[in-house]
Design a protein around this ligand. Structure first.
Ligand SMILES: Nc1ncnc2c1ncn2[C@@H]1O[C@H](COP(=O)(O)OP(=O)(O)OP(=O)(O)O)[C@@H](O)[C@H]1O
Length: 265
């Protein structure tokens, strides 16, 4: 019941973009994620927080099957992108990772030109019919990542010769270039200085609503600034999930409260 006559949040009636149900992840015999279920909304930024080793990255990597690349990892449960089970045998993992892009902790541009860093994905996915199309995708992706003005006169220079913050925005532009629906960010600012971090946070805010975004962060202020929903993890379980404002001001669980007040972690 809506008691205060406030309109419902935008998109709240839409089905979630991704759903996780009963997810368990094991590395060999060790269980890193225990029976976690979560909905990810298309128009929101969802933050995963919790102490080191609680399973944030492991759970994040379930959403585009990056755990497939770890031999000892085994994922149980169900994860859907819209109505599609991403762990189905018929799922094309290359296509999945274009639809669910990823940005890592350490910026990892290819050792190629700025232009080629962006053009690579659209080329392998056949998204550009000709050079003009590709130029448009490269410019559009760099603009969306807030990098165009800084690099438009040096597209032929190496992506690895940029500052760390620029490299991370290049990696975000590279994810955007293949027209994803979801972007996973695994501590995207942990290798950056405060100014570069602020620019990435602004960029995340600009991208909100265009892509569903999940961000793993150690930085609680960052989670509070950039996300609308927060999930708190501890020892492989999701202890609490809710509106970020509630999690940070009035959490239901004692463990969440202890973490956000700095008692451990
Ligand atoms: N490739 C791996 N092989 C074996 N165990 C792993 C592997 N990756 C992670 N783990 C273990 O799984 C658990 C969860 O790790 P994960 O990296 O997901 O946690 P996290 O919350 O993201 O930690 P951090 O904040 O330190 O990055 C930890 O106990 C970790 O040691």
């Amino acid at each position: 019941m809506n008691t205060n006559n406030a309109p419902p949040p935008v998109g709240s009636n839409q089905p979630p973009k991704m759903t996780a149900r009963g997810v368990n992840v094991f590395y060999g015999a060790k269980q890193a994620i225990k029976n976690v279920s979560l909905d990810v909304r298309a128009d929101e930024v969802t933050a995963f927080i919790g102490p080191s080793g609680c399973g944030k990255s492991t759970f994040l990597r379930c959403f585009n099957r990056m755990n497939d690349t770890v031999d000892s990892a085994r994922v149980e449960g169900e994860i859907k992108l819209d109505e599609t089970d991403i762990y189905a045998a018929s799922m094309d993992v290359v296509q999945l990772r274009a639809r669910v892009g990823m940005v890592f902790q350490k910026p990892n541009p290819f050792p190629k030109s700025i232009y080629e860093n962006i053009a690579y994905g659209p080329r392998i996915h056949g998204l550009a019919a000709n050079k003009t199309d590709m130029d448009g995708i490269v410019e559009g992706s760099l603009r969306r990542a807030g990098l165009w003005e800084e690099v438009k006169d040096r597209l032929g220079e190496s992506g690895t010769a940029m500052s760390g913050g620029q490299q991370q925005r290049l990696c975000i532009a590279r994810a955007i270039a293949v027209d994803p629906e979801v972007i996973l960010m695994d501590e995207p600012c942990s290798a950056l200085d405060p100014i570069a971090t602020a620019r990435i946070e602004e960029l995340i805010d600009d991208l909100r609503g265009k892509y569903a975004i999940i961000i793993v962060t150690h930085n609680m202020q960052q989670a509070a600034r950039v996300s609308q929903k927060t999930a708190f993890f501890h020892l492989g379980t999701m202890v609490e999930y809710g509106d970020t404002s509630t999690i940070f001001t009035n959490p239901s669980e004692g463990r969440t409260k202890d973490y956000i007040t700095g008692r451990y972690g």
